[in-house]
Design a protein around this ligand. Structure first.
Ligand code: AP5
Length: 207
């Protein structure tokens, strides 16, 4: 009997903007390579941005979350389909697709689920990782990350509320495919610890 999944393993990595997902995933990719695991890391925002730039509707990734909501929904659905299609050409059943994304996106009209049914039906995640850190620390990281515009996230209190709701959203998204939810602390100065925790968890997905 086969579980209803993609042929390759899918790990969705979420966390509020600036918590350090991309940084942790750089460490994870390196560690996985050292252990002979094949991992394809993709950024959901990159897929959305590629289409949005072609259509001339944004100039930067931080503008995506301020697009009209139906536009975001269309880009989101297309992104999920394309990343699974791309991965299907490259990955076998022992390999991992790792998706860097958000369980909840803060828009001017409220929180948009990053992993609603239209996305989950494509990704069929084996695991959803929630990367967290203290809200004060995340706000400091956002401030240090000067190439980005994140003032709309709302400082420490905005980060705290988004983080609380995003954890709940990740669990809601996990229900459809019985994905596990792994909560990982990205401790200040130690992103490799968080990467190692995720790497250990991948072991549970291997046959
Ligand atoms: P997205 O593409 O996810 O933005 P991003 O740039 O990849 O990442 P974030 O902004 O979330 O930052 P991060 O957590 O990766 O932090 P980083 O590692 O850079 O999203 C762009 C847009 O796409 C979204 O706004 C949304 O509109 C859209 N989108 C994406 N997914 C979507 C979905 N599913 N549905 C709808 N829309 C979606 O680190 C930040 C800083 O912290 C760096 O300076 C780094 O050096 C530092 N740092 C990291 N870890 C540590 C540590 N442990 N100690 C000290 N410093 C650290």
């Amino acid at each position: 009997m086969e579980a209803d999944r993609n042929p390759f393993k899918v790990v969705v990595v979420t966390g509020v903007p600036g918590v350090g997902k991309t940084t942790v995933l750089e460490h994870l990719a390196r560690m996985a390579q050292q252990r002979g695991l094949k991992l394809k890391v993709v950024n959901f925002g990159d897929y959305m941005l590629e289409t949005a730039l072609k259509e001339g509707i944004v100039r930067s990734r931080d503008e995506l979350r301020r697009l009209p909501l139906r536009r975001q929904l269309a880009l989101q659905t297309l992104a999920a389909s394309r990343m699974v299609e791309d991965a299907s050409r490259e990955l076998g059943e022992r390999d991992f697709l790792v998706v860097d994304t958000h369980a909840l996106v803060k828009t001017p009209s409220g929180y948009l689920p990053g992993l609603p049914f239209n996305v989950i039906e494509k990704l069929k995640p084996d695991m959803i990782v929630v990367v967290e850190a203290e809200p004060e620390v995340v706000a400091e990281r956002q401030a240090r990350d000067r190439g980005r515009f994140r003032a709309d996230i709302g400082g420490v209190e905005g980060v705290r509320e988004l983080m609380e709701q995003a954890r709940v959203a990740a669990i809601a998204s996990a229900v459809r495919y019985a994905s596990t939810v792994l909560i990982v602390n990205n401790r200040e100065g130690a992103p490799e610890e968080a990467a190692l925790r995720i790497l250990e968890a991948l072991g549970g997905l291997q046959p």
